[in-house]
Design a protein. Structure first.
Length: 400
């Protein structure tokens, strides 16, 4: 049975942004916040090169390829061998070194230095890919013996691209979000239908998108808001090309939104737009790509469920959409239908990858390898040692 609510993944070194679950409900609060010693909070933060935001947890990858996570941990999505929430980063319990991470709704995945995929956390629908439906509190290898370049953790499914440019997905599949032409749940990787080559994939809530080496975008799965980008709202169980003739170098799928950056550094979004999350200055749903307002040049964009963030080629962070808890990061709670600069004057980096998530917080990593998060913090997902919300970026604290 599919778990209600959402996820999302992002594997952006700049921004992993996330929007609310569909019902905008927060999980039940923990009975008590974990106690933190003063010495823990005083520890030097890890030097991060990537940070990703899931629904109610976040993860980061250090310059030494070590994975850390923090926040909500009900299903072991932090990978530390427990189900205890963490207000500051805790090291993922594995001997593996990672080159890329992706945080989903309640699970996390990564690719190791030897091109193996590992996942951990919630697994009711097989999104861990280990041929079981058991939750995992530590990383376990994805079955199938495949060599991966990149993985993307969605709500209840996961997708990845292999070293031979093939896309695979696994987990929940009611709406065809695995792209294998069926509605059958898969407990281990199933090949996306067709003989196309892909070099990046992004798993959203109930749809997925991928880019070919030539920059052509394809999407599949649920499409009630036009998030597949081919002009209709018809669901597709196999890949279909996104309209508009655009060539993309990065793409991200979210709850009901898809965004991408073209090879000319322009951002486009499509799908659900009731809260301005497409950034085109309107609240009209768009079944084909529309340019993000402002004429900015982007390195990458990361859509969430109700808001979107991106980093410009100059390293400036912008967000837009729903902002009730400060997830846009501009120091206000004013909703934004067009890109608005993230407060604080931070210079962010971007290391590529797809993104999709569905919490109400955002995270980024600076060119100086410092991680910052903002928005909803009640479950410790901001990583600063508190459960406070913040409408401007706060530094992620030292690890436990």
């Amino acid at each position: 049975m599919h778990r209600p609510g959402w996820m999302l993944s992002l594997s952006l070194a700049l921004f992993a942004s996330v929007g609310c679950r569909d019902d905008q409900m927060s999980p039940t609060a923990p009975d008590a916040a974990p106690a933190l010693a003063a010495s823990t909070l005083a520890a030097a933060p890890p030097a991060f090169r990537q940070v990703v935001a899931g629904a109610y947890h976040s993860c980061g990858l250090t310059t030494g390829n070590v994975a850390y996570c923090w926040g909500f941990n009900s299903n072991g999505q932090l990978g530390d061998g427990t189900k205890s929430d963490r207000l500051v980063p805790v090291q993922v319990q594995t001997g593996q070194r990672f080159v890329q991470l992706s945080a989903g709704d309640s699970h996390t995945c990564g690719v190791t230095t030897d091109n193996r995929a590992f996942c951990w956390g919630y697994n009711l629908n097989g999104q861990i890919g280990d041929n079981s439906t058991s939750d995992r509190t530590r990383p376990v290898a994805v079955r199938g013996g495949l060599s991966f370049l990149q993985v993307s953790a969605g709500d209840a499914h996961t997708c990845g691209v292999t070293t031979d440019d093939k896309a695979y997905c696994w987990g929940y599949n009611l709406f065809g979000q695995l792209g294998d032409g069926t509605g059958t749940q898969r407990l281990k990787p199933a090949a996306v239908a067709g003989d196309r080559r892909f070099h990046q994939v992004s798993a959203g809530k109930m749809h997925s998108c991928a880019l070919t080496p030539f920059g052509n975008a394809f999407c599949w799965g649920y499409n009630a808001y036009g998030q597949l980008g081919f002009g209709t709202t018809a669901t597709r169980k196999t890949p279909r090309v996104v309209q508009g003739g655009l060539r993309f170098r990065q793409i991200g799928a979210s709850v009901a939104v898809t965004c991408g950056v073209t090879r000319t550094d322009k951002a486009y979004c499509w799908g659900k737009n009731d809260l301005g999350q497409l950034g085109d200055g309107t609240t009209d749903n768009r079944p084909i790509p529309v340019p993000v307002s402002g004429g900015l040049s982007f390195s990458g964009v990361s859509p969430g469920g109700t808001h979107t963030c991106g980093v410009t080629t100059g390293g400036i962070g912008y967000c837009w959409g729903w902002n009730a808890i400060g997830e846009v990061g501009d120091g206000t709670n004013t909703h934004r239908q067009e890109p608005t600069p993230v407060a604080g004057g931070l210079v962010f980096s971007f290391s590529g990858g797809g993104s999709s998530s569905a919490g109400v917080h955002s995270c980024g990593v600076t060119t100086q390898h410092a991680a910052y998060c903002w928005g909803y913090g009640f479950l410790g997902q901001l990583g600063n040692g508190t459960t406070d919300d913040h409408s401007t970026p706060v530094a992620v604290a030292g690890a436990m």
